[in-house]
Every structure is written in C-alpha cells, then in structure tokens.
Design a protein around this ligand. Sequence first.
Ligand SMILES: [Zn+2]
Length: 386
Amino acid sequence: MEDSKFEVVAVDGLARLGYLKTGHGNVQTPVFMPVGTNANVKLLSTRDLEELQAEIILSNSYHLAVKPGVDVIKSLGGLHSFMDWRGGILTDSGGFQIFSLRKLIEVDDEGVLITSPVDGSKLFLTPELSIRIQRDLGSDIVMVLDQCGHPNSSYLETKDALRRTHAWAKRSVQVGVADNQMLFGIAQGGMFSDLRRMSAQYLAGLNFDGYAVGGLSIGEPLDLTLEMTYETTNNLPRDKARYFMGGGSPDLIVQLVDLGVDMFDSVFPTRIARHGTALTSYGRLNVRSSKFKTDKSPIDMNCDCFVCRRFSRAYIHHLFDRKEVLGGTLLSFHNIRFMMNLMRRIRESILKGSFKLLKKEVLELYEQKRDSNCDVVGNDRGFNTG
Ligand SMILES: [Zn+2]
C-alpha cells in the first residue's frame, strides 16, 4: 500500500485544512506558492523565503530548460541545490506557454514546438520530455504537459484540445516520476461545464497524486471562473490535493478555498509590489501616492514583517519616487508576508469552523472590479508576448 501523500485534517463546508507530504517537508494547505519562474522569486532570496516561512514555491521547467539548461542544473545537483532552497518546489510543465506564447508555438498530437522569445531556440516539448526534464530538475511536484485553451475558444476547439490533454496525461502517467516526486494531472475543459466534468472524471481514473484546475483566470469573468472550478473540484477525488493554477489575489483565493481548492500560485503579490502596491489589512495601498510623502506610519500597522517594523510609508514612497530597486524589494517581502498570514488565518478559520466569516471580511476589503493588470496573463510566470 502506498502512503497517502495528502491528508485532509478538517473541513468547513467544502473548505479543507490539510497537509501535503513532499520530499522536502510537509506543506500545510490551503497554501500560497510564491512564483519563482527563473529559479528565483523576483527580488527575494531564499533566505527571505525562509524568513517568510514559505513551505513551497513554484518554478517553470520550460524556462529553466531554455536557460540555463537542464544539464547545467542537473550537474549542479538539481534545482533545490542550484538555488539553495530546502522547501518544496512545484514545477510547471510548459503547458501554460502554449497559451501565453501562442504566436510562437505549433501544437500537434505528438507535442508542441516552442520558439523561445529569449534566444529564438526551438524546443520540441512532448509529455514524455516534460516529465524527464522535471525528473532531472528534481522538483517535488511534477505537472503534466497540457494544452491550455483561450477564454474565447469554441466548443469544438476546446473539445479537441481536451482530447489531446487527456492523451498527454495518460502518456505522462506511463513515463512516471521518481519515488520522492508527486505527479499532478491538469483538468481543462475551457468555459464548458460538461467538458470540465468530463476532464475531472477522466483524470480521476488515472489516479494522479494531485489535480490541478487549469485554463482559468485567463481573462474570463469571475462568475465563470468559480462555476468552472466547481464543475472540476466537485468531480475530483476528495482524498487528493487540488491546485488552482495561476490565481492568487486575496478575494479569489477565499472564494476558491470555499469550493475546496487547496493550493494556489500567482505572480500577483510580487508583481504589484514592484509597481508600488501593498496588500494590507485595510485593502490595497498604492505607496506611490503623494499623500504618503510625509507619512510616518508603517505600510500595515497589523503586519509583523521587518519592513513594517522598521520603515515608514514616507521612506518607501521616496524609494519608488527615486526608482530605487529597494522599494520593490521591501514591498515584495511585505506582500508575501501578507499572503502567508492570510493563508494561516484561512487554515485557522477552517479548523475553528469560522471560514465563512473570514471570507466575508476578505471580500469586503478586496472584492472589486478585477483589475485586468492583476490576475491575468502576460506576467512573469509566462513570457510577456505583448
Ligand atoms: Zn509588513
């Protein structure tokens, strides 16, 4: 009997408190994974991530295969050793690039030919090669190669992409991962309820270690994001982790936890930090605003991070005004701290049975017309193709 790699400890409605046993420690869920596409979370060192108590981060196997190359990382002892990170690593397969680099790819049933926007090099990525790359990187969670559609794809296009995604999932299971790795399937199905259900049910039959909800938060309306997620999670096995790919604003997270999602990643907190926006217990705060020029108070009075203990809004405002990198560095640290504290509060509330109250509080502070610059593509998870 194989050991269960995921345990649900408590539930509150559909929300689940649990933990995931990775080759690099246990990860408490619901979890937010900071995004480190190029083997770094932008502007943060692994020492920062340790201080922030991040338990797992996301990296991207396609990007690393282009630069510096899998052989380089393998010769330096694998991705954990290369970037000196002792926590968990989930690696994305390259499937998202089929969406974000759509002008630079050619897909057929065998695989996908990707032309790198970095150096023009071509890589023919197959499901088998993607798994081998992620085995060589030594990531803790390996994602299958899938074909992510577009919000406006037709039913027939979506159905055809789903047929391919399912065939690739089956081929990935046949290759398999190392004993200390987990393999996650990715459910697709675009914006169509029946295809979402079909995808979740098909993948459930392949007995993955966990399941991702893919192809959402790509520009569709929020109602549809939630409806398609529910169609997926409702048809997945209850004893496996569920990961919503590429969505991580506080308001979206609480709504998805409420549908039974356990894992999240997004560039959102670090990207808005680099543009001068802090996540706080009073909502978003744009520190570039001139009203903070002489404000002695910290970014967030209720935050325990060193940035909030030591620096004033006026100082950080000044750094942004002078375009000093340190401004973005300090806000990135604070924003990840905010996310880690939010996830801890979510976990505590599930245990206490008060998750709905916390959800209401977060929605009141953060629900707003979704900013097209925030939760969608063209971010540093994929290349920005402009
Ligand atoms: Zn702080």
